[in-house]
Design a protein around this ligand. Sequence first.
Ligand code: ADP
Ligand code: MG
Length: 734
Amino acid sequence: MPGGTNMAMATHDSGARWKTFLSEAKEQEITLLLSKQTASPVIEVSFHDLTGFDPEFAEDILSSPRLIISSGHKVLSEICRDRGVDLDAMIRLSDLPRDTMRPLRDIGSRDIDKLRSLDVIVTKMSQLKPRIHLAVFQCETCGNTQQVDQTNESELVEPIRCPPDTGCGASIRGTDSTRFNLVMNVSRMINNQWLEIQELPENVPSGAQPSRAQVLLEGDLVNKHLPGQRITANVIPVVRSEIKRNKKTPMFDIIYHMVSSTHESVPFTEIKISDEEREQIEGVAAMENLMQVMQNSIAPSIFANDKLKLIKRSLALQLFGGVRRKTSDDSYLRGDIHILLMGDPGVAKSQLLGYMSNISPRGKFASGGGTTGAGLTAAAIRDTFGDGRFALEAGVLPLSDRGLAAIDEFDKISNEDRSSMHPAMEQQRIFVAKGGITATLPARCAVLAAANPEGGRFSNRNERSSIMTSFKETGLPYPLASRFDLLWLIRDETEVTTDTKIARHILDIRTSSVSENRSQEIDYEPDQSDGDEIFSVGVDGKKHLTIEFLRKYVAFAKRNYFPTLNDKAKLAIEQYYVNIRNETSKQDRSAGNYESEGDKDRVIPITARAIEALIRLTEAHARMHLKEIADEDDAKVALAVYKHWREDSKIEDESELHSGVSASKRSANQTNQTIRKVIREICMERGGSAGIDQIYNRAIDLGITEPQVDEVISSMSISGEIFSPRGGTYSFVR
Ligand code: ADP
Ligand code: MG
């Protein structure tokens, strides 16, 4: 068996080959290692370089990677020791040849103990645990010590016999038997960690569950990955026999030992765009009526009345999103556009969300009520990997990093998610400190949420009631409303003409679509399978972009275009903002309000938040048109969408978005007035500021509870009437 001998030869002389390679090609790195200036005692060896240096040896590594890599660790550590530095140095083999790449679901018996690369997303990460990798045992009889390499993470390998040349030669069985004790303080430990990985959702055949696997990481690789990250993992699949009722079985589980890993460098690498497709995209981007085409392409099977058309436009803008920016103080400004769809049941909210998560690169659909495990943000769960330690699992938001998270039944999200959603949506990071794990997971995704009213249907609003009345009916906490750039309300209104059109539309779709059984492939969807078509025609006879093409378009635009606003665009937004603020203050004055105390019921018609939303919408429109500069045309469309939203929502006082209380309500509310008076009195008495306890005390005397005080104070702080000079004290502005 020549192959067998070769392999034995290869592993046999690997020590010498490593020594030659390391001392000739890696001298600099070794010097650096010895000076202990590197973060971890690791030398990266590019497989490509190794092939250039010693092609035969590189081939050997591919056929028996485990033995050769571990011999590399030993040789490197020896080199260090010879030069007087005691290190457990390691080799990280990177740049594996392309043909080691495999889909996770295809890994089987032929891949065992070979080098493989997997494109995956990390879903869970465990706590660290130290493991002995080099055990030192002492013989009870003669006191001689010996070292045993521990290559199997699931059992400790103990010596069978004390070596006769250095020790007494006694074995663990027989008449002169001895025992061996592990000497902890000289045994070598290494940190390890488990990851759970999952195939990239894009590579999963439709309808199938993504394959998952567990990866063991050691040394410098621990804490390098975060749940939600997409990585190329270079691994060696190894087998562990399954254990049932304390007995080994002939079945084997595959686990993966990580050799090295790379993070994706360009976003959306999973979406390949050919030169031809690039030209097609540029062609479509130049179309005169691009916005109209986009609108038609968002869920063509959903019939749109005027309002839904506008909603579809805003959803198209959301797909492209604004530009995330880093400020001078190292914080980030969100670029993604968050949209909330509130609506009566049966108005196609869920269907819209499904569509959007499908169109968007890295889109994910989840139901607020039905998310299991990590929920929307993240969760620390004990014993996921079967060894008692905590693991951090990524929820929907981190998993749709750089994409879109469509969250249906948003009103039914768990209490835990409710509190964590707020920072997650604004900072787009999820901070976790649970079960001994602290981590910050990136969640740079747009949120498209749908909410139903608690009472089944939204109550009929009168002319002047604002969208916050409806928001309240969803039972969601008020501050969450201010995290959304746009809030839409879709009513199930009876209107004969529209009703007829919807009925006709649905009938057309239901009767013209291909019957599933009749079509050749079971999961044939006309929109999805014709991969290279740009346009298709809906039942309404309108041309729209296919889902495949639109997804590529969005990925292309998000990857390559980061528009900035020019002066004219800025001016347009500024004017709108200033106008609205002026108009309201004029109205106030003409109503004779100027004599009233200015701080009492000052109307906040529009807040700075709106400007941010407008910038994002403007950038998104420019990006859709593949422009680097967002100009006044882009601002105009953004303003149109935004104005419609505001008019439709009847928001007269934007601070209502934060507090749920509008200015008119604020002034009508007797309690509010009383609390204001109390704070004012205390401020007068105490030289300008009022402590919260004093406010509580006085309020309680007047029959007002602490939560009531808190609510008013928070709305006054948000609207800028009062501020807090020190923790727990409040002063009036000016
Ligand atoms: P929701 O989530 O708002 O309760 P669904 O998305 O479940 O509503 O929609 C209910 C059904 O009504 C779906 O089959 C949907 O196709 C249909 N439907 C409702 N409105 C429309 C519309 N405007 N055009 C086409 N179909 C619609
Ligand atoms: Mg629904």
